[in-house]
Ligand binder design. Structure first.
Ligand SMILES: [Zn+2]
Length: 288
C-alpha cells in the first residue's frame, strides 16, 4: 500500500463508521443511501462497470451494468460511492481490468471500494482465523459477496503469514498482492513474467484439475530468490477469461537469511577487524 492508499483506506473506514452497524454481507444500498444515492441496473457497454449522476432533485443515481454478476455490481456501486466521498471525477475511458493504464483517481476509488466491500474490522479477524489456501479465500468471497480477485488480494495484504495472491492472464502475471512480511522479505514477483513451467498454476491453466495446495519452487516465482524455504502453491484457472489465480505461501513464519546476507554479515565483521585489529565486536575490550 502506498501512502495515498493508506489515507484512502482511512477515509473509507471513517465513512463505514457513519453508516452504522454492519452485518455480512455488507449492504451496498446503505452505502449508497449515506450519500443520497439510489442504485439502478442498466444495460451498459460490456466493459463498462457503472456510471452515476446527480439528478435535478439532488438524488445521486448509480447505474450499474445489469449484465455483470451481482458481486461485480456490488464492487461497482462501492466504486461509484467512492467518487462522491473522495470527490474524484470519474475517468472511465480505460477499462477497469487494465491495471497498468488506470488513472490514479480510479485506483483510489478501487481502494476505497475494496475497503467498503471487505471492511477491515470484519475481514481481518477472518483472515487471521482462516487456513491458508484458495478454499478459504473462496469461502470468504461467498461470505462477503465479493469477487475472488478482490477477496484474494485483500487476504494476502492482511495476512500475517509470508504469502502472495497472484492474478495472471494469458499465462502471464498481471498483478500480485503480497503480505507485509513477504514485502519486508523483499520477495518480488515480476509483473509480465510467465507462469513457471510445470508449476501448479501452469498445469491447471493447461487443463489439469485443481487438486489443492502443492509444493512449489520459490526461485521460480520470486526474482533473485536464494533462500532455502518451503513454499506452497494453490491455483485455479478460469478458462473463459484465461485467468489464473494463485496463492503462494511459505511454510515458516520467517524466511532464513540468504547466502549473500550471510556473506555481507561476515564482511561487516571482517571490516571491523580491519578498522581495529583488536576488536571483533564494539565494546569487547572493556569486558575483558
Ligand atoms: Zn471510476
Amino acid at each position: 500500500m502506498t501512502v495515498d492508499d493508506v489515507s484512502v483506506a482511512i477515509k473509507a473506514r471513517e465513512f463505514i463508521r457513519l453508516c452504522g452497524p454492519q452485518a455480512l454481507p455488507v449492504s451496498v444500498d446503505t452505502y449508497a443511501a449515506q450519500i443520497g444515492g439510489v442504485i439502478k441496473e442498466e444495460v451498459l457497454d460490456e466493459n463498462e462497470d457503472a456510471w452515476s449522476f446527480r439528478d435535478p432533485n439532488g438524488k445521486y443515481r448509480i447505474c450499474v451494468n445489469c449484465a455483470h454478476n451481482p458481486r461485480r455490481q456490488r464492487f461497482s456501486v462501492c466504486h461509484e460511492v467512492a467518487h462522491v466521498v473522495l470527490d474524484v471525477p470519474a475517468d472511465h475511458s480505460h477499462p477497469s481490468w487494465s491495471y497498468a493504464r488506470r488513472p490514479a483517481g480510479e485506483v483510489a476509488c478501487d481502494v476505497f471500494a475494496a475497503e467498503l466491500l471487505l471492511p477491515h474490522r470484519l475481514f481481518k479477524p477472518r483472515v487471521d482465523a482462516a487456513d491458508m489456501g484458495l478454499a478459504s479465500i473462496s469461502a470468504l468471497a461467498e461470505e462477503f459477496e465479493a469477487s475472488l480477485v478482490s477477496t484474494g488480494s485483500r487476504f494476502a495484504a492482511f495476512s500475517s503469514e509470508l504469502c502472495a495472491f497472484v492474478i495472471s492472464e494469458g499465462g502471464k502475471v498481471r498483478y500480485s498482492s503480497r503480505s507485509t512480511r513477504l514485502r519486508d522479505a523483499k520477495a518480488w514477483i515480476r509483473p509480465g513474467s510467465a507462469l513457471p513451467v510445470d508449476s501448479n498454476s501452469a498445469r491447471v491453466r493447461a487443463g489439469a484439475p485443481a487438486t489443492g495446495p502443492e509444493d512449489a519452487e520459490p526461485e521460480q516465482w520470486f526474482e533473485d530468490f536464494d533462500r532455502d524455504a518451503s513454499l506452497y502453491e494453490d491455483a485455479r484457472h478460469f478458462a473463459q477469461w484465461d485467468q489464473t489465480l494463485t496463492l503462494l505461501w511459505f511454510e515458516d513464519h520467517e524466511l532464513p537469511i540468504t547466502p549473500s546476507e550471510r556473506k555481507q554479515g561476515s564482511q561487516w565483521i571482517n571490516g571491523l577487524r580491519e578498522l581495529d585489529g583488536v576488536l571483533p565486536w564494539p565494546g569487547r575490550k572493556r569486558r575483558r
